[in-house]
Design a protein around this ligand. Structure first.
Ligand SMILES: [Zn+2]
Length: 252
């Protein structure tokens, strides 16, 4: 039963994350005004704002102008519900639970914004680094791991970005990615940060391979690294410790 409550809470938060995903890259306020149809601007009433159910009841169309509503909205709400239930399953009722729920929510927002706009807003990554470091004073991974994670994560990608620009003369990696990996290091510590980077790189390479073979991309195409970092960071934030310990056990 508590898992169902976590999932329902996730649906509601997912609905708010949709607002952030739409408004942050457009520099709009996330608290005002109330939700509107993005085509005709009509304000939505409360029964058109119920996560997933309204989309299903309206059959994915605005009641005012009849325009299609993006299927992304219910997908994000369901994804958030799944992440919330999984986070509850991993941590139970503990102080780490709200911390990792906040982290997972931020990752979902960054995942979609980077995919749609190729940016990672400072409004999320910079407070993210600060909150991750502050929380680590009293919660895992502990402040030493968190500081090393933030510095190493940011430093690694900064070096890659700097080196690539010197080598090719064009920007291959944005500083948004640098700040995002620093945030992941601050929340999860340096070991889980490295695991996230490895998993994201493998996922990104596989995706690039598939896109190249399917001729949906060429060697000039850019993949949103932030999207892959987020996809990797969510499971790592739940099970990373276990994987890292298992890996370390080979070297004892
Ligand atoms: Zn409309």
């Amino acid at each position: 039963m508590p898992h169902a409550i976590a999932a329902l809470f996730g649906l509601v938060i997912g609905s708010f994350l949709n607002v952030c995903i739409y408004r942050l890259p457009r520099d709009l306020s996330i608290v005002w005004p109330a939700s509107r149809c993005t085509t005709c601007g009509r304000e939505l009433s409360w029964y058109e704002n119920i996560p997933v159910f309204s989309y299903a009841a309206l059959r994915g169309r605005c009641r005012g102008c009849g325009q299609r509503i993006s299927a992304m909205y219910p997908v994000i709400e369901l994804l958030t519900a799944a992440v919330f239930a999984a986070t509850y399953a991993a941590f139970g009722l503990s102080w780490l639970l709200p911390v990792r729920l906040l982290f997972g929510s931020a990752m979902i927002v960054l995942l979609v914004i980077d995919l749609q706009h190729q940016i990672l807003p400072n409004e999320i990554t910079l407070p993210g680094i600060a909150i991750g470091l502050a929380v680590s004073l009293v919660e895992p991974p502990g402040w030493r791991d968190a500081i090393v994670g933030a510095l190493l994560g940011g430093g690694l990608l900064w070096l890659v970005a700097w080196g690539y620009e010197r080598w090719r003369g064009v920007e291959g990696l944005g500083f948004g990615d640098v700040k995002m990996l620093a945030m992941i290091g601050a929340f999860l510590g340096w070991k889980s940060m490295l695991l996230t980077l490895v998993v994201a790189s493998v996922l990104g390479s596989l995706t690039a391979g598939v896109l190249l073979v399917a001729r949906r991309a060429d060697w000039q195409s850019k993949l949103p690294l932030g999207t892959f970092l987020a996809i990797a960071a969510i499971p790592v934030s739940l099970y990373g410790e276990t994987v890292v310990e298992w890996y370390a056990s080979f070297y004892r």
